[in-house]
Design a protein around this ligand. Sequence first.
Ligand code: DX5
Ligand code: ZN
Length: 218
Amino acid sequence: MIKLAPSILSADFANLERDIKMIEQAGAELLHIDVMDGHFVPNITIGAPVVKSLKKVSSLVLDVHLMISAPENYIKDFAEAGADIITVHAEAATHLHRLIQMIKKEGCKAAVALNPATPLNVLDYVLEDLDMVLIMSVNPGFGGQKFIPSALDKIKKLRSMIRERGLHIDIQVDGGVGIDNIAEVTSCGGNIIVAGSAIFNAPDPTMAIKKMKEAVRV
Ligand code: DX5
Ligand code: ZN
């Protein structure tokens, strides 16, 4: 099943509850929360206290994308704040295997994100432990960037890798996805689609969600 994960990075931070209710009613399944530290990526966003507040007002799956250095120091905070899925970047991890176990031990689903230039083989020895892999289709740090086409081939190869090993792992795709290219992304094997600007910068975000869902018939 294809699921939509609107990214609150492009929402109105002064009206997060309003924006989240809107995407909930429009049928989104997950809430993608972009955590940036100004170190791993050149931008700063929000931390665990905001996740804790959002947990109180939303029943959506809280999908926390950590774009931070030394993620091992913050896993517990985000888990306790109410994260359902915690995604760490392979590029930010010295001990990726340990980090994945740490996330699972906290009772969250574990995911690893790969930047556009990072090869799939970093997953070779951890794939079996993962609930989801996040393929970045832009360089992380900002919303509203253009989709990098080489991500499509990467998604296809990852889907085959998962299938060959007989696993059931979600492939999330993040960055530059909208109404015009969502079908291509899902046809390559992406099944959890993040969209920030395509939804929140649309004149009618509810309609944007409906159109994206129609484009992949879910
Ligand atoms: C980028 C973030 C994305 C971002 C996507 O670093 O990880 O989740 O919000 O925004 P759009 O959909 O506008 O590319
Ligand atoms: Zn993200």
